[in-house]
Ligand binder design. Sequence first.
Ligand code: UTP
Length: 277
Amino acid sequence: MIKRCLFPAAGYGTRFLPATKAMPKEMLPILTKPLIQYGVEEAHEAGCNIMATITGRGKRAITDHFDLSYELEHQIKGTSKESLLTEIRALINTCTFTYTRQNEMKGLGDAIYKGKVLVGDSAPFAVILADDLCVNPDGDGVLKQMVKLYEKYKCSIVAIMEVPKDKVSSYGVISGKEIEKGIFMIDNMVEKPDADKAPSNLAIIGRYILTPDIFEIIKNTKPGKAGEIQITDALMTQAKKGMVLGYKFKGKRFDCGSLDGFVEATNYFYNNMEKKK
Ligand code: UTP
């Protein structure tokens, strides 16, 4: 039922300068695979086949990555290296990739709003922030878990995790009533609160399922924290009007937008995947 996934990727990735000076952050690899490909694979596993990316200046490598590279394919045809492209080729063959630009960095809410032209406003859609890399070695990927939950509750859902109190100021933070184990009906949501003002230590990470009425809400959302249009503020309005769920996902999440998280993910994948080959 949820076929479209939005990948906001217009950020500058300043924490990774100079690597991100001429290359999108989303193309940084964990081992041999760029971050955004992990995200697209997770969306595909969850049943999405339309991958809609919000890009900006200097992000053309993303478009090229999800397209055939005839010279390269010709060069390695019939060699052992051909297998290295199997996964990306399967994605290219089964998914449609669409793009639009966010000309100005006006916040994640604005980036999602720009995606309306790609995902339409008649069906729910998923959002993945590719710099949040999620894995669940024991079962369904995080987005697939959320799609299953959507089928039951039919409302917007944000993935949440517990973070140490001194880290809450880096996240959108929720509070709410736990209606099932690990599922919260959100009654408060604050973007990057000070530790002493945070409603809890349940932080929103980069996985969302949004119902399309969110677009009208974002349109009427004023700039919030840091002068940006915050998806957290729009979701709070949506929660007041109806219901938004916070879902404590099963699996691991690496904050690959930070150096520590990036190194942790690299070590995790090296130890769990590469060494097993
Ligand atoms: P971040 O703030 O983590 O990404 O935004 P950034 O700005 O690229 O990174 P730093 O802080 O400068 O290192 C979270 C996600 O939202 C997207 C970013 O691309 C990233 O995936 N985003 C954010 C947009 O697409 N547009 C915006 O206006 C803001």
